[in-house]
Design a protein around this ligand. Structure first.
Ligand code: FRU
Length: 616
C-alpha cells in the first residue's frame, strides 16, 4: 500500500521543474549516517527534510546496487557508480516523495575488499550530501547550443515522440543517476518550435516489471483504449530478465503517466522491444511494429484498442543489413517525388553493422496492406540495403506521431553505441539530431530513397547573415572565409558547388590549432565524404576517428549543401536532403575558417553563412 501512495506522491511532485541554481549546492541541515555492515554492504540513514540526496559518482567505478527502503519497505532499486577514490560529479536522488518517512539506503557494492576498514575508505561515504537544490547550470564546453540534450545524466534513444495541442513532446532513454547507460527511464522535454526545448521531470519510471526501454506514443481521439479521447497512450518495453511490452497513458498533456494495471500487454519467449504504433485508417485498427532483435526481423501486430494485440506477420529475416541486432522500428507512408503517389517506408535501426561501424539506421521502401510489408526490389530482384544517414552519429531515429500538416518529422540520437559512453563530456552524455522532415525521391537507378531535410522550424535559428557571395571559381589554393565566432562558432553554412569536368571540390572547416574537418565532393565517384580524423579530440575511442562517405543518389554534377555546426557536431544536408551525414566532432577551439578548393574546373555558385542564436 505504502508503495502505491509513495508512487502517487512522486507523480504529484514531478510536475515541478527541477529547481536549478547557479553556484554551489547548498547542504541542508540534518544528516547522513553511514554504517558499514560488511565488506560490500553499507546502510546510509537519512535524516531531515532535504529535497535531494546528492550521490557522489566516479564513472570508472562499477555500479553499486542501491536499495531504497522507506519505513523498512523496498521502494525502488537504482544502480549508481558510487565513488571509490575520487568524486567525478554528483547526481540528485529526489526525496520529496518520502517526506515524513524514514529513508534508509541499503547499498551493495561489488568491488573486491580485504576488510570493512578498506571499504569504509571509499570516497562516496563522506560525500553523500543532503541539499535542497541541485545545480544544473551547464558545465560543459561541448554541450550543443541548438540541439536537444538532457540537463544532466545519460541519454540514448528518442522515445514516444508525439505532437499534441501545438507542443512537440520528446521522451528519451535517460539515466537520472549518472552519465552512462543505466536505470532506463523515460526522460521528457517539450518544445513549441522544435528547436528550443524545455526540460520536464521524468515521465515514466522503472517498476516491478523492469526498467523502461524505448517505445512510442499515439493520440487516441476515438477513445479506443477507454482512457479518454484526449489521452496520450504510450507503449514501451519493460526490461528485466525478459523484454515485455507495457502500456501507460497520460491525461495531462504528456506530463505524467499512469501505467496500465493489466501490463504487460505483449509477451514473447525471445528478446523483443521498442514497440512503435500508428493508426491504420483503411482497416480502422492500430498497427504495431516490434523489433525481434536477435532474429533480425520486425514483428507486425494489430489491435482494436491498444491493449489486445494480435501478431499479423513478420518482416525482414535475411533482408538488408543483418549484422548486430534490429531495434527501434517505424512504419509510415510518404508521398513520392512530391506527387500524390505514396509508398511505405519501414525504418529499421541496427547495431552494430552500420556502413561505418556501430549503430546506423537502415530502411526499406515498399507496400503495406495492414498485414504484410512487401519491400521494393531492384532490377535483379534483390531487396537493396538503404541507409538514412551516412554519418557515424545517427541512431534510433523514429518519427513523431500526429505531426501537423501531414508532415513526417524525425529526430535521432546523435551518437553511436561504439563510443557514446566515452565522449568527452561528463555532466551529460549525448544530444539529439536536428529535427528533419522526410520525403521520398527517385534515384538515378530508379529506386526510391528517403530524403531528410532540416525541418522548416530550423530556419528560425538564423541570427544574422555574416557572409554572402555570388559565383566564384575555385582554385587549388582555395577560397577562405571567416566563420562567426559568437557562441563558440555555431553557424549554418549554405553553399552550391558545380564541377565542370568532374574534378573534386574540398570543403574544410578548421581552427588555428590545425584541427579540421575535410569534406570532399567527388562528382565522378558521385560521393561526398567527411573526414573527422583530425577534427579535434578523437582519441577517447579507436572507433571515433573516421571518414564517412555518402552517395549522391540523384543529381551528381552539382551539390547544394546546408551544413549546421554546433559545439560538438556537424550535420550536412546535400541536395535538399537527398544526402545526409551526421557526425560528432570535439574541436578544442571552435572552427574559425571555411575553405573551399579544387584542383580542376569547379565553381562555387553561391555561399551564405549565418550566425545562429542559441536556444540556451
Ligand atoms: C537502442 C536500444 C533499444 C532499447 C534501448 C535501451 O539504442 O538498445 O533497443 O530499447 O536502447 O536503452
Amino acid at each position: 500500500m505504502k508503495r502505491t501512495i509513495l508512487r502517487r506522491l512522486s507523480l504529484a511532485c514531478a510536475t515541478a521543474i527541477l529547481p536549478a541554481v547557479a553556484g554551489a549546492d547548498t547542504p541542508a541541515s540534518g544528516g547522513v549516517k553511514v554504517e558499514h555492515l560488511g565488506v560490500n554492504n553499507t546502510l546510509v540513514r537519512l535524516d531531515g527534510d532535504a529535497r535531494y540526496l546528492l550521490m557522489p559518482v566516479q564513472e570508472s567505478n562499477d555500479d553499486a546496487k542501491v536499495n531504497v527502503l522507506v519505513d523498512g519497505k523496498l521502494d525502488r532499486t537504482i544502480y549508481v557508480r558510487l565513488a571509490k577514490s575520487k568524486v567525478d560529479y554528483t547526481v540528485p536522488f529526489d526525496l520529496s516523495a518520502y517526506k515524513g518517512h524514514n529513508v534508509v539506503l541499503s547499498i551493495v557494492t561489488s568491488q573486491d575488499r580485504g576488510s570493512v576498514r578498506e571499504a569504509s575508505n571509499d570516497a562516496c561515504w563522506s560525500n553523500f550530501t543532503l541539499s535542497d537544490t541541485f545545480d544544473t547550470a551547464n558545465r560543459e564546453k561541448y554541450r550543443p547550443a541548438f540541439h536537444h540534450t538532457p540537463l544532466y545524466g545519460w541519454m540514448n534513444d528518442p522515445n514516444g515522440m508525439v505532437y499534441k495541442d501545438g507542443v512537440w513532446h520528446l521522451y528519451y532513454q535517460a539515466n537520472p543517476y549518472g552519465s552512462k547507460w543505466q536505470n532506463m527511464t523515460w526522460g521528457h522535454s517539450s518544445s513549441k518550435d522544435l528547436v528550443n526545448w524545455e526540460h520536464h521531470p521524468a515521465a515514466i519510471e522503472p517498476d516491478g516489471l523492469g526498467t523502461i526501454f524505448s517505445g512510442s506514443s499515439v493520440l487516441d481521439p476515438g477513445n479506443t483504449a477507454g482512457f479518454g479521447p484526449d489521452a496520450i497512450v504510450s507503449l514501451y518495453t519493460s526490461a528485466a530478465e525478459s523484454q515485455i511490452q507495457s502500456l501507460a497513458h497520460s491525461v495531462d498533456g504528456g506530463m505524467t503517466f499512469e501505467k496500465y494495471p493489466g501490463n504487460p500487454v505483449i509477451t514473447l519467449d525471445s528478446e523483443a522491444r521498442d514497440p512503435n504504433m500508428f493508426w491504420y485508417a483503411p482497416t480502422g485498427e492500430w498497427i504495431l511494429m516490434l523489433a525481434h532483435a536477435l532474429e533480425r526481423e520486425m514483428l507486425i501486430y494489430a489491435s482494436p484498442d491498444l491493449k489486445n494485440w494480435t501478431l499479423r506477420s513478420a518482416f525482414g529475416k535475411g533482408l538488408g543489413a543483418q549484422e548486430g541486432v534490429w531495434e527501434c522500428p517505424d512504419l509510415f507512408e510518404l508521398p513520392v517525388d512530391g506527387t500524390d503517389r505514396k509508398k511505405w517506408v519501414l525504418i529499421c535501426n541496427l547495431n552494430p553493422g552500420g556502413p561505418f561501424g556501430g549503430s546506423a539506421t537502415q530502411y526499406f521502401t515498399g507496400d503495406f496492406d495492414g498485414t504484410t510489408f512487401t519491400p521494393d526490389r531492384d532490377a535483379e530482384g534483390n531487396v537493396p540495403t538503404k541507409w538514412m544517414d551516412f554519418g557515424k552519429d545517427h541512431y534510433a531515429t523514429v518519427s513523431f506521431s500526429d505531426a501537423p500538416d501531414g508532415r513526417r518529422t524525425v529526430i535521432g540520437w546523435m551518437s553511436n553505441w561504439q563510443y557514446a559512453a566515452e565522449v568527452p563530456t561528463r555532466q551529460f552524455r549525448s544530444a539529439n539530431t536536428l529535427p528533419r522532415d522526410l520525403g521520398l525521391f527517385t534515384g538515378s537507378d530508379g529506386q526510391l530513397y528517403l530524403s531528410s531535410a532540416p525541418s522548416p522550424e530550423v530556419d528560425a535559428l538564423r541570427a544574422s547573415q555574416v557572409k554572402k557571395t555570388g559565383k566564384v571559381s575555385l582554385s587549388h589554393k582555395g577560397r577562405q572565409y571567416t566563420l562567426p565566432q559568437a557562441n563558440d562558432g555555431i553557424c549554418e553554412i549554405q553553399l552550391d558547388l558545380v564541377s565542370r569536368n568532374g574534378s573534386p571540390v574540398t570543403v574544410t572547416l578548421s581552427n588555428p590549432g590545425g584541427e579540421k574537418v575535410e569534406m570532399v565532393y567527388d562528382p565522378k565517384a558521385a560521393t561526398l565524404s567527411f573526414d573527422r580524423r583530425e577534427s579535434g579530440i578523437v582519441d577517447f575511442s579507436q572507433d571515433f576517428p573516421a571518414v564517412t562517405v555518402a552517395p549522391l543518389l540523384a543529381t551528381t554534377d552539382k551539390l547544394s549543401v546546408r551544413m549546421f555546426v554546433d559545439r560538438s557536431s556537424v550535420e550536412v544536408f546535400g541536395n535538399g536532403g537527398e544526402l545526409v551525414m551526421t557526425n560528432l566532432v570535439f574541436p578544442q577551439k571552435p572552427y574559425t575558417t571555411l575553405s573551399v578548393a579544387s584542383d580542376g574546373k569547379a565553381e562555387m555558385t553561391s555561399l551564405a553563412i549565418w550566425s545562429l542564436s542559441p536556444s540556451k
